[in-house]
Ligand binder design. Structure first.
Ligand code: HEC
Length: 118
């Protein structure tokens, strides 16, 4: 039995277990179907975040211009956390306000799916 589970797990790693989410996963208020980095999450980062989180000295040492760095911050939790804080909180991002709720939901759901690139 255990061997069987290990086998399935290994097989899964071998083929990459690629998510392909076409269906709408949540309410009609936020009808996103593209829970992927390219281009949905990247566009949000470029519009709201990379102004400060890029270049030779990104704020907080956090560069948000590449898939790998955004993915890492999303999976490790800090990115989701700062997005969800109320705008009055000193650690809330972006510092001058909050993203609209659908954009936050999109990023949260994307992270829940393991932050796929495409
Ligand atoms: C106007 C500049 C600016 C913008 C725009 C901005 N940030 Fe930041 N960010 C900062 C600064 C400054 C810090 C360091 C805050 C601190 O250390 O208290 C920071 C810190 C962070 C951190 C680390 C928080 C921690 O736990 O230390 C994350 C994650 C983050 N930002 C994500 C984002 C995201 C995601 C966006 C876009 C939605 C964004 N930031 C937009 C300036 C900015």
């Amino acid at each position: 039995m255990m061997r069987c589970i290990v086998f399935i797990f290994t097989a899964c790693l071998a083929v990459g277990c690629h998510y392909h989410v076409e269906e709408t996963l949540y309410g009609s208020d936020c009808p996103q179907t593209n829970l992927v980095y390219e281009p949905a999450v990247r566009n949000l980062m470029e519009t709201h975040c990379t102004g400060c989180h890029s270049g030779a000295f990104p704020e907080s040492g956090l560069d948000l211009t590449s898939y790998s760095s955004v993915r890492q911050a999303a999976l490790e939790g800090s990115l989701i956390e700062v997005l969800s804080l109320p705008s009055g909180n000193s650690r809330s991002m972006p510092p001058n306000g909050t993203l609209d709720s659908c954009s936050i939901v999109l990023i949260e759901k994307w992270a829940d799916l393991g932050a796929p690139e495409f």
